[in-house]
Design a protein around this ligand. Structure first.
Ligand code: AMP
Ligand code: MG
Length: 680
């Protein structure tokens, strides 16, 4: 399985970039050598052929990594070629793409592919000055969602672009169109010596493999072109990595990116340095800490399909398109009489048709102009009818119906698809379903959705002083208040609670508890023992993992936050103090857990209200105080002492003060964040 030579190629979909090395061109690097610049694809194709020939002749094994998707999202290859075989798509593109140093037809091919679908089609983004038929400039007007927006692997690769986007910084769509024909030709030329991962086991002498240098390469050193740095560091990374574990993925028709963990962590998905904070700043501002978590965490959960019955609070694993229009046919918004509308000014008289249309019991016949038919709310409008007059507004005399205009054409009627059209994107991957969303899904006929498996969140209290409520406690003991609170918080947020109990201040015991927890949890929340004192064993243990960071956050309340990975599982060491534990959980753990669970980064909604208190605060730290609304004003809890648990229950939310110094007098505007904004 090992390779003698590793070459990484950073592709480009554009035209010849000239003789001087530039960014966003083609760069290649053989591990251990210097990166090479290629001004166009023709040159790199020749170079690869020569490299492969040399290596084959020398009996050496080559891994060639390319940084663009080897396949499109599920279903696309079949729609174009009649088969799910990704190589059929490679051949199709090789037949249709024309490539020369100074010009290629990629946008025209994408436009032509779009015409094969109802609506606009999946491709978008036009980098040219001229308009391309059937290729929209923007992605948000597309109505065709026959195909997923992203491949499964891209949901795990944070910040990756979709195959459908052809233009814009970082877009990869053009590279796919211009890269796959080259791979097709290499595969044809070296036939039995080539395997293409993950569709084929990489057992032959040459392996073509999809890679994504962004996964491994940090920022480029000053003065070095980013692409050159990326191919060099990625090649070096794979050269020293045990590739067997990374290559061991099941082969989806959509392909995979080498190094992205599939399903349940074959390797830790989070980088060991994901919690590392740049040194220097003595106290880390809250916003810096949040931005760090936001950009370093990613989804760690697998996916499953559930029915709507079980879908509340679940996080969508893929984008969802409506199955059919809502409403499916024009129908009546009221109880009344339907007819062909027009300029209905003044006195109107119509002859009633014998029959009616009720919800679920449509009228089959045609209603001629000048006639009207009884219709009930929700009834499909019979053909010929586009307008409904309210029953309260008419006089019936035998088979004659009279009313007084004006009545606009289309009044009291709902148009087909006025709410949603078929195939429209209604939710994006990562959205957490609410009861209202279940109505939207059901209305368009969706009974099952692909969701993330629940994030398993371990909850652990630590401290020799803790006793459990409901049991007798010594004078010197206090009751464990954090665990019941954190357990139900996590459950309310939609995750699965793994109760890890309460650990004493004994390092070995705590280590065993963490070892066991890492096997059954995706993330662990602990409280207590997070500072740097003698009995702060959580910090001490995490320190030994090499992934530990003690964040001294400029925030009150909240002592340091201890973060680290224990056997690949992220640990959030919250302060022991219940008030500080809650606030750190709301501010830091809630959005982090959401991202780990496959959802969005969450920001609580606050409201500006007048203060019913006075306060002055120092510059340089964020402050949260317990508060509630009384007579339209925000009242603060009598004490800011963070040991006072009952204040949490007195409160209805928190007042947040920014980092700057502030003097608050009565009626000054303050930002109140209700508990409900934290789903509490
Ligand atoms: P520590 O961070 O372990 O030094 O704890 C800080 C404070 O929080 C101490 O007064 C602890 O007794 C208290 N504390 C720690 N854990 C809990 C808990 N689970 N419930 C209530 N108080 C706690
Ligand atoms: Mg303690």
């Amino acid at each position: 399985m090992t390779f003698d030579t590793i070459v990484i190629v950073d592709w480009s979909g554009g035209n010849d970039r000239g003789p001087t090395p530039v960014k966003d061109a083609i760069w290649a690097c053989v591990a251990g050598q210097d990166p090479i610049y290629f001004r166009n694809r023709i040159l790199v194709e020749t170079w690869l052929i020569e490299l492969f020939e040399r290596e084959l002749a020398a009996g050496r094994r080559v891994m060639a990594g390319f940084d663009f998707p080897f396949a499109y999202p599920a279903g696309f290859a079949k729609a174009i070629t009649g088969t799910d075989d990704p190589f059929a798509m490679w051949a199709w593109l090789n037949d249709h793409i024309e490539d020369a140093a100074k010009a290629n037809n990629r946008f025209d091919v994408a436009g032509a592919l779009n015409t094969k679908f109802d609506g606009i089609g999946p491709f978008w983004g036009n980098g040219l000055a001229r308009d391309i038929p059937h290729l929209p400039k923007k992605g948000n007007i597309r109505t065709n969602t026959d195909f997923p927006e992203r491949r499964a692997v891209e949901n795990h690769a944070k910040g990756s672009f979709t195959c459908w986007q052809l233009a814009g910084a970082g877009a990869v769509g053009s590279q796919v169109l211009m890269g796959l024909p080259v791979l097709h030709r290499l595969r044809e030329r070296f036939k039995d010596a080539v395997s293409v991962w993950p569709f084929e086991a990489p057992s032959k002498q040459i392996a073509l493999i999809e890679v994504w240098p962004t996964l491994f390469a940090g920022p480029a050193p000053d003065g070095m072109i980013k692409d050159a740095h990326q191919v060099k560091t990625t090649a070096a990374y794979f050269a020293k990595t045990n590739l067997a574990a990374l290559l061991n993925v099941t082969a989806p028709v959509e392909g995979w990116i080498l190094g992205v963990p599939q399903e349940k962590r074959p390797t830790p998905p989070l980088r060991n340095d994901c919690f590392a904070m740049p040194q220097g700043a003595h106290w880390t501002p809250v916003d810096v800490a949040l931005a760090h978590l936001k950009s370093n965490l990613l989804a760690v959960t697998g996916t499953k399909t559930v029915t709507l019955k079980k879908a509340n609070k679940r996080i969508l694993a893929s984008d969802i398109a409506s199955l059919r229009a809502h409403p499916p046919t024009p129908n009546s918004a009221v109880d009344g009489y339907g007819f062909a509308g027009g300029a209905a000014l003044g006195e109107q008289a119509l002859t009633l048709v014998d029959g009616r249309s009720a919800a679920g019991q449509p009228y089959d016949g045609y209603v001629e102009k000048g006639r009207a038919i009884r219709v009930l709310t929700g009834a499909a409008l019979p053909s010929g009818v586009d307008t409904v007059v309210l029953q309260e507004d008419v006089v019936i005399d035998g088979d004659q119906l009279r009313f007084h205009g004006p009545l606009k054409q289309g009044a009291n009627a709902r148009r087909a698809g006025e709410d949603m059209v078929a195939g429209q994107n209604i939710f994006s991957a990562g959205h957490k379903l609410r009861p209202v969303d279940l109505a939207t899904l059901a209305a368009t006929g969706i009974g099952k959705v692909a969701v993330r498996k629940k994030l398993r969140v371990g909850i652990l209290s630590t401290g020799d002083e803790l006793a459990q409520a409901g049991t007798a406690a010594r004078e010197d003991q206090i009751y464990d208040a954090n665990r019941p609170m954190l357990r139900s918080l996590v459950q309310t947020w939609g995750h699965k609670v793994v109760d890890l109990g309460c650990a004493p201040d004994l390092r070995d015991e705590l280590r065993k508890t963490l070892d066991a927890a890492a096997k059954k949890c995706d993330v662990i929340l602990t409280s207590g023992g997070a500072s740097a004192g003698d009995e702060d064993h959580m910090s001490a243990l995490l320190e030994g993992t090499g992934s530990f960071a003690l964040w001294r956050i400029a925030m009150k309340p909240g002592r340091p936050l201890a973060l680290g990975l224990w056997n690949g599982v992220p640990v959030f060491g919250l302060p022991g103090n219940p008030v500080a534990a809650l606030i750190c959980a709301l501010v830091f753990a809630r959005p982090s857990l959401s991202v780990l669970a496959g959802g969005a980064w969450l920001e609580p909604q606050g409201f500006t209200l007048p203060a019913a208190f006075t306060k002055s605060k120092k510059a340089g730290r964020r402050e949260y105080i317990r508060a509630r609304i009384e007579d339209g004003k925000v009242t603060a809890f009598v004490s800011e002492g963070s040991g006072r648990v009952s204040g949490l229950s007195w409160a209805e939310g928190l007042v947040e003060f920014g980092d700057e110094a502030k003097v608050i007098v009565h009626c000054d505007p303050v930002r109140f964040i209700p508990y409900s904004s934290f789903e509490l």
